[in-house]
Design a protein around this ligand. Structure first.
Ligand code: ATP
Length: 235
């Protein structure tokens, strides 16, 4: 479905991605793990058109999207849930959800997807008239995921959905990510919480200083001594 081939992304003269390559098959959950500053967010931003790689290519559903603008990439079916959620604090929960559907005009489909978001996250239904800014961190993360789903993505990009949340909330959100995937949405999950990410992902990539250090099935990565010591805190 998606193939990133040898991308190099820079911030001015800082060479942040030094030849990252990865593949995602349809219906997979693939995780990207790695320490702070390894290049996980930069990989997502390169993929969603926020930063343009200086070299390399990105192919989605057989078409080269390397040079497309962000909104065109969204229109092709790739939606990102950014780190820090970035919800609109003054808009209500419902209005936030609707922002995710800004490229659509099929009102029945939009309505059905709004209901689907409330089924996935019942707390959002209770709070639908409340300003987004009054939600807890976990609820805001749910809202950010719900909003991304309103674009009916084929590939959902999640940047650190567990960040700053209590373990029980993280578990709930990860269960929903699994349900979304089981219903047919492909997922690329960026996480510092490698343990949680490897529990739900089919495969994973380990990034270190701007390159892929390791890749494999989640079972292989979980059994890998290097991953266990550096990212899972196990021996
Ligand atoms: P984190 O979990 O902290 O977000 P990460 O793996 O997502 O880490 P990136 O944010 O992709 O890492 O950062 C990769 C490298 O690029 C780091 O060395 C970082 O300092 C640098 N970097 C990231 N954003 C910028 C920026 N806007 N300007 C300059 N350098 C940046």
């Amino acid at each position: 479905m998606l193939e990133i081939h040898d991308i190099h992304t820079y911030y001015g003269s800082i060479h942040a991605l030094k030849g990252v390559s990865l593949k995602i098959n349809e219906k997979e959950i693939v995780c990207l793990i790695g320490a702070n500053g390894a290049g996980k967010t930069t990989t997502l931003m390169s993929l969603s058109g926020v930063y343009r790689p200086r070299r390399g290519s990105i192919t989605f559903l057989g078409e080269d999207i390397t040079k497309l603008a962000s909104e065109k990439i969204v229109a092709r079916g790739i939606t990102q849930v950014p780190e820090g959620r970035m919800i609109f604090p003054r808009l209500t929960v419902r209005e936030n959800l609707m922002m995710g559907a800004y490229l659509r005009n099929d009102s029945e489909g939009i309505e059905a997807d709004e209901e689907r978001a409330y089924e996935l996250f019942p707390i959002l239904a209770e709070r639908r008239r409340q300003p987004g800014g009054t939600l807890s961190g976990g609820e805001q993360q749910m809202l950010a995921i719900g909003r991304a789903l309103m674009a009916r993505p084929k590939l959902l990009l999640l940047d650190e959905p567990s960040l700053g949340l209590a373990p029980i909330v993280v578990e709930n959100i990860f269960e929903v990510i699994q349900s979304i995937n089981q219903e047919g949405t492909t997922v690329l999950l960026v996480e510092q919480n490698a343990q949680m990410a490897l529990q739900i992902a089919h495969r994973g990539y380990v990034l270190a200083t701007g390159s892929v250090q390791l890749e494999g099935t989640s079972a292989d990565l979980t059994a890998n001594p290097q991953v266990r010591a550096a990212y899972l805190g196990l021996d």
